[in-house]
Design a protein around this ligand. Sequence first.
Ligand code: ADP
Ligand code: MG
Length: 531
Amino acid sequence: MEVEAEEIFKEFKQHSISEFFKKNRQMLGYSGMVRSLVTVVHEYVTNSLDACEEAGILPDISVGITETGENRYSVKVSDNGPGIPKEYVGRALATILAGTKFHRYVQQRGQQGIGAAGCTLFSQITTGKPIQVKTFPRGKKRAYSCSIALDTMNNKPIVTDYAETDEAFNGLEITGEFGGVKYEKGERGVYEYLRRTALSNPHIQMKFVGPDGEEKIFVRAVDTVPERPKPTRPHPLGLAVNDLIEFAKASKSRKLSVFLMETFSRVSQGKVEELRKIAKEVDLEKSPDKITWDDSERLIKAFKEVRWISPDPTSMVTIGEDQIGVALKNILAPEFMHITARKPAIFRGGIPFVVEAAVAFGGYAGRKVDEGYEGNIMRFANRVPLMFDSGSCAITEAVKGIQWKRYGVDMDSQPITVFVNVSSVHIPYSGVGKESISPEEEIVNEIKLAVMESARGVQRYVSGKKMANSETSRYKMVMGYANQLASDLSTLTKVDREKIKGMLEVLVSKHYPKAKGSREEEVGEAKEEEG
Ligand SMILES: Nc1ncnc2c1ncn2[C@@H]1O[C@H](COP(=O)(O)OP(=O)(O)O)[C@@H](O)[C@H]1O
Ligand SMILES: [Mg+2]
């Protein structure tokens, strides 16, 4: 029997975005028990950091995890940030695709307005419980608390148990209970995530209490709130045909030429004249909303032929060489480290990014394995630790592509940590989980250059160390003193310098029978070691 269209379409329905993520939770990072718990902590901690930095407050964060059942944990994250006003709290924490950061073209950790509501949804579908919120919004007179759940059918918040309190408290505190999760202290667990967050954010103070009751305080290493990145305008080279049309339709500028200058970065009057010559068919005097698909295509093509000046670096905030140094010392206490900060570069023709890298040796660097050590890579994007999907990441690809043996460094047996942070308004994440950076050629190259420079620094140190430990080197060092002594004694006693030197040489050689060599080389090596 044939079925009519009407009949089939009786089933036609529209779903809400919450319903979609309920069925596709892995897209939000909720896959695997250990990873899911890290995702919850990551969402809350990055929100706290974004909020504190926006409010100009030095972040003081506390994370507590307790076990409440089998594969079931309660997570509490509190901060000293600006808090959330009552009228926004429901939507901020229980409406997917709602937030304060969505339409900004600025370097921030959060962007889409998915994280916090995703946690609420995850708590709800794994334990049936709402999240508990306590907040004292800055500028308001009292703190309040409430419970928040998500009406998934309508992607709307359900706020209950509202109560005001006089409790002395600042910022925001969220407590949620989650099922199908697991706490582990390993390489991919919450503890490691927080340790790396402290490493890339030396300005934060953070307390962690784990399910085993163990308490760890990550001490603030620098006392300044990072500079706020400036919102930037998109660069013409980062646009696709459709993007340009959308921007043009939304524009209030009178002419296409003015629109281009007002909307995008690096478009000057001079550049407009160049574009006019290249894209002759496009009338730049007409109203932007009259733009056609052909116009846009021609302009996008013309953008690629114009010579642009380098991107504006003020849109990017890096960690900074000094701060990386302080943080690495604080957390890894390495024997030696070398830090490299590259200049801003661009990928996909117009999107600016900056790479910072460090190679640390000894101390808590690297990873302890049965008999000894091996090297590890710590990946960061805009200061956020990337813990998963390392295989498909630009950072992994760059670091693995380096011929470490050339630098006398062995990633398989030495206590080495390679640290890489990529900063950009638009990090090209390879998946929705935002756990790896897509291996764009320019990004991989910049990372390679940065890490190689630091590898050379470590090479100088390691080879210097080998020298110092060898008998030859000790012999040479003592002979250095002996030469000086010979000269001094000769001046005092008028005995021939070479004669005294010869006698001392015999004496010293008895102690280091296997050593030989010349003094000049040693000085050269010693100098290298300092640098
Ligand atoms: N700790 C916090 N302090 C103040 N505001 C917060 C905090 N956490 C979340 N918010 C607000 O809730 C919004 C939604 O958060 P989220 O869903 O994680 O999206 P995003 O971080 O991408 O904006 C944020 O944009 C912010 O306005
Ligand atoms: Mg967020």
